[in-house]
Ligand binder design. Sequence first.
Ligand code: HEC
Ligand code: HEC
Ligand code: HEC
Ligand code: HEC
Ligand code: HEC
Ligand code: HEC
Length: 231
Amino acid sequence: MKLKNTTICMLGAAALAGLLFTVGSLAGSLEPGPETDDGYHEPLVFTHGPAGVMFSHKAHVEDAGLDCDSCHPDIFEQENGAAEANGDVSMATLAEGKYCGACHDGDTAFSTKDPESCVTCHGSSMKKPKTIVFTEPVKAVVFDHKMHAEDMGLECSSCHPKLFRMKLGDAESQPDKFVMEALYQGQYCGACHNGDDAFASDTKCTTCHIGVLGYDRLFSSESGKKEHGEH
Ligand code: HEC
Ligand code: HEC
Ligand code: HEC
Ligand code: HEC
Ligand code: HEC
Ligand code: HEC
């Protein structure tokens, strides 16, 4: 029942996000797959995280040739949701060699720390949206993943999950906290936009703030590219 409600919520959220951004729908993929002859469901899904993680028995048992006892019962119980119920399945514990991290350490299998691998476990929903436009508390502030992560080569971990959770709308869900004062104190964007690592948050207002006009321009030019061909 719980899973169903979550799924419905996510459907709503995804549909809403889909209006503004082309984010792949997470819904549907969060249900465990059908039960196989070996008694497990294919795939299994970890749902606590920002994007959800698919675990495939088939990929591990058939493709990678692992025996059941390489995971059961030492690393995982044979019970869907048991590990998550412990409350400590996270990137941090994986990096310490627990759970999936027992093998996904860059040695036995691809590392959880490799930025190229995030998508392999978290799925296409882990793909970073290109341009994010914040509209709370004020309209509108632009943030460009491509520019920050690819062009400037910043690691995902320089922002996730300490400064920002990997979930669109998360910072904005607390509009009383996501304010200039917090930036000046070194939180959120202000961790870098402090005049040392990047231009300071109390300068160049309009580089981040594109305003209502900029917002309208951005979205009208995205939906009607062809109509506004000449510049
Ligand atoms: C690479 C690790 C790994 C291997 C190898 C593995 N499993 Fe699992 N198995 C898991 C994980 C992860 C879960 C989910 C545990 C959780 O949610 O806490 C799980 C859960 C299960 C479950 C209960 C969940 C469900 O689908 O209803 C069964 C049954 C199961 N495994 C059977 C097997 C059998 C049989 C084999 C060998 C053919 C096997 N497993 C091999 C990792 C593995
Ligand atoms: C081997 C699979 C695997 C890889 C590779 C992986 N993750 Fe995860 N990740 C998980 C699992 C499992 C969880 C915990 C369960 C869940 O959140 O659904 C998790 C949780 C998270 C969370 C939730 C908060 C936290 O810290 O636990 C974030 C954020 C995250 N991953 C980011 C990343 C990033 C960024 C990368 C690439 C550098 C990455 N993950 C690579 C499996 C993986
Ligand atoms: C007992 C060791 C072991 C554990 C534990 C383990 N894996 Fe793996 N995993 C492997 C190996 C080996 C491969 C195949 C080699 C490779 O891709 O590096 C693999 C491959 C994968 C792949 C790629 C498969 C594909 O479909 O292409 C994913 C995704 C993955 N693991 C996720 C997970 C997640 C999520 C967990 C924890 C819930 C986990 N693994 C736990 C050993 C393990
Ligand atoms: C300079 C900071 C920064 C870096 C570096 C960064 N991100 Fe983000 N990311 C953000 C911000 C800001 C958000 C929006 C968070 C919010 O709305 O609260 C976000 C959101 C996301 C989301 C959520 C999308 C959604 O639809 O919910 C994903 C996925 C994501 N980032 C993936 C990545 C990956 C993968 C990398 C590394 C290749 C990365 N990010 C690097 C700042 C960053
Ligand atoms: C991990 C460090 C880091 C974080 C966090 C960060 N930025 Fe940046 N940002 C940079 C760096 C480095 C530059 C390029 C150097 C410069 O212009 O001073 C930059 C440049 C920019 C630019 C100029 C891009 C252009 O096209 O000229 C904008 C706009 C921007 N950031 C907005 C934001 C916003 C909004 C946030 C918070 C949501 C944020 N940044 C968070 C490091 C960061
Ligand atoms: C590095 C990017 C960045 C720069 C530079 C920046 N802002 Fe902001 N600003 C933000 C973000 C992010 C928010 C919160 C999200 C939103 O309101 O859409 C915000 C919110 C605000 C708010 C509403 C919340 C509050 O603090 O009252 C005001 C007003 C504001 N900025 C004014 C300014 C002014 C004036 C400047 C120039 C002196 C400036 N900002 C420079 C990123 C920036």
